[in-house]
Design a protein around this ligand. Structure first.
Ligand SMILES: Cc1cc2nc3c(=O)[nH]c(=O)nc-3n(C[C@H](O)[C@H](O)[C@H](O)COP(=O)(O)OP(=O)(O)OC[C@H]3O[C@@H](n4cnc5c(N)ncnc54)[C@H](O)[C@@H]3O)c2cc1C
Length: 509
């Protein structure tokens, strides 16, 4: 079933007299979320804490809630598998002041990381939340290590970060974190239920969230599947339902250029109905139009694919070339928005998209675990000479040669006079034959918008400005943390820290 169908099946708030807040706009009513009054509700179960969503935010919240003494904690997940976007992500985790930074002599601090993020967020990120996350990022990293996550023995310096501060799981995937966290949840006594969909809040007479309406036995895409199931919560509900990048109508309402034809890296379940139900309850929408595209994606494969991680790793010692001119057109490690915008400007003579290419010396490219796969699956190419490369991609060879010579001069000098790229990670890595090449084109990747929260992960009410009682939110479902553009590898720490924070707040810790 398409997202368009999902949005078509809208329901209205019943029983509370607060219906109709956004009834005229079809994108405002995704998939069966509708809150009800607790009056007359027959509860199927009472637990301490209900966590909706099983990504980084939900899993970290589950573990921390048990560690803070919660008795019955259940994570409810609508999909057949646990983990959401977190499980398919790149496993890249940024934190300041880590043991690996100390080992490698990298000077970093909470303030430096926050400053990098504020710059990328174009000044409108939430500095207080970013600082809170950076201060606790090491704790979150430690939670993953204690649960059994394993990281590469090197740090990466991703676009927009002023120093190398990014760990990556050895499986180069978020599952290297979600699987250990899920196991840890169960070990600590957190219940986990899949194919259970959040379908609305149950509110007491004062408007406090008293529990949730769920659909048990739900099959994604079959909106009539499953049966209602009412869970009462003694302490509260933590919404960790992730972003809405797969909800085409909703993302197009923010940015009409993000049509169904634009590639998307997200898991299918990222449809945003949990977020919308919080809006209908009164939560404040923040930065909804800031939807990030990933500049490292390839038009030659679906989703995140093999190229994304390969190019993230290789950008610092590669050049990105506009095929019309044979010239570089951006700082290859600028923040994501800067690069995505620059790539979208690469057009042919008719103004049609002409995906630029990233060229890397194969000697360095092959260090990445995906290097062989990009060749094997035909989403990357290897050339022995520049002439072959230029012919294949129809690039003016003379200009390309000159550009490479010029760039290699920057490698030698350690200064990029063209785009001001930080050449630290390019040291000694000249662009030489044989060459590895991939094509680049941005894909819809991350939603900076969502519900406004406090540093305690409370959800604020748009009318009163006070926290909505019984309700907490963490992770990509929240908005405003990163401003206009999130830096790579900063979502894992944010989701985990805010999940842990929600659990601590709910437990009064
Ligand atoms: C391909 C890819 C690569 C990425 N790589 C990185 C990276 O390397 N580093 C980094 O920092 N960030 C990365 N990101 C971003 C990061 O992974 C996400 O922002 C993060 O996983 C969001 O975590 P979350 O817990 O908020 O939500 P999710 O992990 O999306 O989990 C939300 C869960 O809630 C479930 N859900 C939704 N609605 C309902 C409902 N109504 N009822 C019940 N359950 C529901 C969903 O099915 C999902 O399982 C990447 C993102 C993608 C898509």
């Amino acid at each position: 079933m398409s997202n368009v169908d999902l949005l078509g099946r809208r329901k209205f708030i019943t029983g509370l007299g607060i219906a109709g807040a956004a009834a005229a706009t079809p994108f405002a009513m995704p998939a069966l979320a509708s809150s009800v009054s607790a009056e007359g509700v027959k509860w199927d179960k009472t637990i301490d804490i209900a966590i909706i969503g099983s990504g980084f935010a939900g899993l970290a919240a589950g573990i921390e809630a048990k560690r803070q003494g919660a008795k019955d904690v259940t994570i409810f997940e609508k999909m057949p598998v646990f983990g959401g976007n977190s499980a398919i992500n790149g496993g890249l985790f940024a934190a300041p002041g880590t043991p690996m930074q100390q080992e490698k002599g990298v000077t970093d601090s909470v303030e430096t990381m926050v400053a990098d993020q504020m710059k990328s967020g174009r000044g409108i990120a939430d500095e207080g939340l970013l600082r809170h996350v950076a201060e606790h990022a090491m704790e979150a990293l430690q939670m993953t290590l204690d649960a059994g996550s394993v990281y590469h023995p090197y740090l990466q310096q991703l676009g927009g970060h002023s120093v190398p501060r990014t760990y990556q799981t050895t499986v180069s995937c978020g599952a290297g974190i979600t699987q250990p966290l899920l196991k840890q949840c169960r070990k600590e006594g957190v219940e986990t239920e899949n194919r259970v969909k959040f379908a609305g809040f149950v509110l007491d007479k004062t408007g406090k969230v008293e529990g949730v309406k769920l659909i048990k036995g739900y099959y994604f895409g079959e909106e009539d599947s499953g049966k209602p199931y009412y869970v009462r919560t003694n302490r509260g509900v933590i919404m960790a339902t992730g972003g809405f990048a797969q909800n085409v109508n909703l993302r197009m309402a923010q940015d009409p250029t993000l049509t169904a034809e634009v590639g998307c890296t997200n898991a299918k379940g990222a449809t945003g109905e949990g977020m919308f139900e919080m809006f209908r309850l009164g939560a404040v929408p923040v930065h909804m139009a800031h939807i990030q595209s990933g500049p490292w994606a390839s038009p030659d494969e679906g989703g995140f694919g093999y190229v994304s991680n390969y190019s993230i790793f290789n950008f610092p010692h590669s050049i990105a070339i506009n095929r019309m001119t044979g010239q570089r057109f951006m700082n290859e490690i600028a923040d994501r928005k800067t690069r995505a915008d620059a790539e979208l400007n690469c057009r042919d003579g008719n103004g049609d998209p002409l995906p630029p290419i990233m060229i890397t010396s194969w000697e360095h490219a092959k260090q990445h675990p995906n290097a062989k796969k990009v060749l094997k699956y035909g989403v990357g190419w290897k050339f022995d000479t520049l002439e072959e490369l230029a012919k294949h991609f129809d690039v003016p060879v003379k200009a390309l040669k000159q550009q490479i010579e010029e760039y290699n001069g920057y490698v030698k000098a350690g200064v990029d006079k063209q785009f001001g790229k930080n050449m630290g990670k390019a040291k000694g890595k000249y662009i030489e034959a044989p060459y590895g090449v991939v094509r680049l084109w941005p894909k819809v990747h991350y939603c900076q918008g969502g519900v406004q929260i406090t540093k305690k992960a409370e959800v604020l009410d748009s009318f009163s400005g006070a926290p909505i009682q019984g309700l907490y939110a963490a992770g990509e479902v929240t908005g405003g943390v990163h401003g206009i553009s999130r830096l790579g590898s900063c979502s894992i720490p944010e989701c985990m820290v805010m999940g842990m924070t929600a659990a601590r707040s709910i437990m009064g810790a």
